[in-house]
Design a protein around this ligand. Structure first.
Ligand code: CA
Length: 714
């Protein structure tokens, strides 16, 4: 080693030891800029952006905790959230401070070694607004930049906070039309001084876009629409003119078209490309949306743009003419892989549609795609020459035949937003994979968009109320942690889970993969073999992706715990089989940690005590349909809830008396939106009759199960 090299090594070693701490001590907290983010691997102790680095591999070079000592990993500290609700956030850790979010976009700054609350910011989101989004009052975390913390708020605000105090510096409204149901659940990304954020809302009828704001002032720099708008208003750019040719009829722009970019973004500083994952079509029904014609760009695509201008560079569409809610909003990873024997910079994604894609990062050129989903029926494969799917004729045109079709995956995909990770040492991607299915039942006539009403162009899916039928169905909806070789496009190992929608993954140079599960576990596996090495139980389900960081020579592993999101709220019929209870916490571990784990509680189904059923079967049936259209998306289809949002079978006599008042808004401050504009008194009584029936069903089921157990033990 020459003297110069030694000097560089010593200086960078010193930087590792003291640099981050000095940066924090000397000046502002969260003093992150392009230089630090572009060289994030130089300070592996920090987790400075959503996927740790701009390439979002969720790989940490830290190895102090590793496959040989992980049994010594114990709780260092915990933090209890204000609300026992959904926690989807990836924490950000900079210079000893951890920034995270809970439900309703509340932001917390904590001492990363003790969990001491430094400050809290509550954007005071109107609780009743939660029904204006498809998938719970979730937030996937903050971004930090030059002494500020940035959060996208559920109601569409983008807010900059002082990282020292949590005080608001500026706030902008990202929503272009408040008559539509725009939300923000995603984490902002900050590239070259611009805060970039997309919105949610495609299930309700909105037009998707991504906006970049000046991080210092909040001034809008650019906006990139992902689908064309009202042609009478003119195209915003040549790109919009180009993509409009792939849409037909006039329903798409009236409905909004969809294409919301509500989650995935990644950046490559070398290529100076920002990658955006674009969501599904609105309507889902391709026939109603675009007369069943055209690719409908940029639905279900990865789009690369210039971060300075938002100018289009390339796109790759995973699902042309999407008809199944197959978003390409699943996390995007940039990596260098050996392709045909040569290193090539690629982007990788495992979107809902069940195929794992590897694309050239510079050009978007298709390299390979294979099925990672366990059951994928909408397409037979991806044509290697064209990069286009070979559709299954029956699944692909359910809207033209006008009859319901069971398709795999369903709207929950073969993988949802729960972030995957990639370990360059094993060469494997770790996917929170799952199996879902859906019966797509097309409507013949399009409904008009309305506030707070999902508008899919297909019927809200019915779930069986019969216990046996439901058990059959539930057996399909399993999950697994899947280690995937992206070069050979093959599964290398997997660990099965009893249920879908498990938490995001994180992998380290200590040959580890960390993941939380929907049945209330935190687990670590050997990254190369999948061997289970460590496990702790928690009361709630886990959906967020864990992170790891180091402060003063100690490595920490942080898990956000708190169940929620589309699967447990809408598909409570299946999710209720997980025995978890609402209990939202941040749990942080270290080697030799001795803090006491919180007590583990489990859901027990006690018999409900409903009032007697006095309504006719006809009234109950009418109530079933009204419930599905108005209540099922949050309280669970078929009135079966996983208890993230109250299980209405357990309403007591007192609540039944107040039922109409509650529906009209008496509990909107607690999150129950007012439905007075949508439901008449008679309709509310019909819904109540259906709930009483479902409560008696559950009571009978519990009695039958108890009798069966007694029979066995006799
Ligand atoms: Ca969707």
């Amino acid at each position: 080693m020459t003297i110069t090299h030694r000097a560089v090594a010593i200086v960078s070693g010193l930087w590792l030891l003291f640099g981050p701490a000095l940066a924090g001590a000397a000046g502002k907290p969260a003093a992150v800029d392009s230089a630090r983010l572009n060289a994030a691997d130089r300070e592996p102790g920090n987790w400075m952006s959503h996927g740790r680095t701009y390439g979002e591999q969720r790989f940490s070079p830290l190895a102090r905790v590793n496959d040989r000592n992980i049994e010594r990993l114990g709780l260092a500290w915990q933090f209890k959230y204000d609300l026992d609700r959904v926690v989807e956030a990836t924490p950000i850790v900079v210079d000893g401070v951890l920034y995270t979010t809970g439900a309703y976009s509340m932001v917390y700054a904590l001492d990363a070694t003790s969990g001491k609350l430094l400050w809290k910011y509550d954007p005071e989101v109107y609780r009743g607004i939660q029904g204006s989004g498809c998938c719970d009052a979730a937030n996937r975390g903050v971004a930090v930049w030059k002494g500020r913390v940035y959060v996208g708020v559920y109601d569409g605000r983008l807010v900059a906070l002082d990282a020292r105090t949590g005080r608001q510096v500026w706030s902008v409204d990202t929503v272009i039309d408040h008559e539509r149901n725009y939300t923000i659940t995603g984490a902002p990304r900050i590239v070259k001084g611009k805060v970039v954020i997309g919105n949610g809302g495609a299930e309700f009828g909105v037009r998707g876009y991504v906006t970049a704001y000046d991080a210092a002032t909040g001034k809008q720099v650019w906006r990139f629409f992902t689908v064309p708008g009202d042609p009478a208003k003119g195209d915003e750019s040549d790109t919009i003119t180009m993509i409009r040719k792939t849409w037909h009829g006039d329903q798409y722009w009236k409905q909004g078209g969809g294409g919301t970019a509500w989650n995935a973004m990644a950046y490559d500083p070398e290529l100076d490309l920002l990658y955006i994952g674009v969501g599904n079509g609105s309507f889902w029904n391709y026939g109603l949306r675009s007369e069943g014609k055209g690719d409908n760009l940029f639905l279900s695509s990865i789009v690369a743009v210039r971060p300075d201008t938002g100018k289009y560079v390339w796109h790759y569409q995973t699902t042309p003419g999407d008809a199944w809610d197959y978003t390409a909003t699943q996390d995007i990873i940039v990596a260098t892989l050996p392709i045909d024997g040569k290193p090539r910079k690629v982007v990788m994604q495992a979107p809902k549609n069940g195929f794992f894609y590897v694309l050239d990062a510079a050009t978007g050129q298709f390299i390979s795609a294979e099925k990672f989903g366990s059951i994928v029926t909408w397409a037979k494969g991806i044509d290697k020459a064209t990069g286009r799917p070979v559709f299954d004729a029956e699944a692909a045109d359910y809207w033209t035949r006008g009859e319901a079709k069971l398709v795999f995956p369903g709207s929950q995909g073969a993988h949802n937003w729960h972030p995957m990770s990639f370990n360059p040492q094993t060469g494997l991607a770790y996917i929170p994979q799952h199996t879902s299915a859906e019966r797509y039942d097309p409507l013949k006539v399009a409904r008009k968009p309305a506030r707070g009403v999902p508008n899919l162009g297909v019927e809200i899916p019915a779930v069986p109320e019969d216990r046996k039928e439901l058990d059959e169905l539930a057996r399909l909806f399993t999950g697994k942690l899947q280690a995937w070789d992206p070069v050979r496009q093959k599964e290398v190992w997997s660990v099965p889970y009893p249920m879908m929608s498990n938490g995001g993954t994180m992998t380290t140079a200590g040959n580890l993969v960390f993941q939380g599960t929907t049945h209330g576990e935190l687990v670590a596996y050997a990254a190369d073999s999948g061997r289970k090495l460590w496990r702790r139980e928690v009361s709630s389900g886990v959906v967020a992706g864990p992170v790891t960081y180091e402060v003063r020579g100690e490595q920490y592993v942080a898990f956000n715990v708190g169940w929620g999101g589309a699967f447990p709220i809408t598909f409570g019929a299946i999710a209720q089989r997980s025995p978890v209870v609402p209990d939202s916490r941040l749990l942080v571990f270290k080697l030799g940690g001795t803090a006491a784990m919180p007590e583990v509680r489990r859901r027990v189904f006690t018999p409900p005590a409903p009032p007697p059923q006095t309504a006719s079967a006809e009234t109950v049936n009418a109530g079933r349909k009204l419930y599905a259209d108005n209540c099922g998306a949050c309280h669970g289809l078929g009135a079966m809830s996983a208890n993230v949002i109250p299980d209405l079978r357990y309403l007591d006599a007192e609540r039944h008396k107040e039922f109409e008042a509650i529906v009209f808004g008496a509990r909107s401050h607690l999150g129950m939106p007012p439905f007075g504009h949508r439901l008449e008194t008679d309709d509310i009584e019909r819904i109540r009759a259906f709930l009483i029936k479902r409560a008696h069903d559950l009571k009978d089921e519990i009695a039958a199960a108890r009798a069966a157990t007694e029979d066995k033990t006799r």
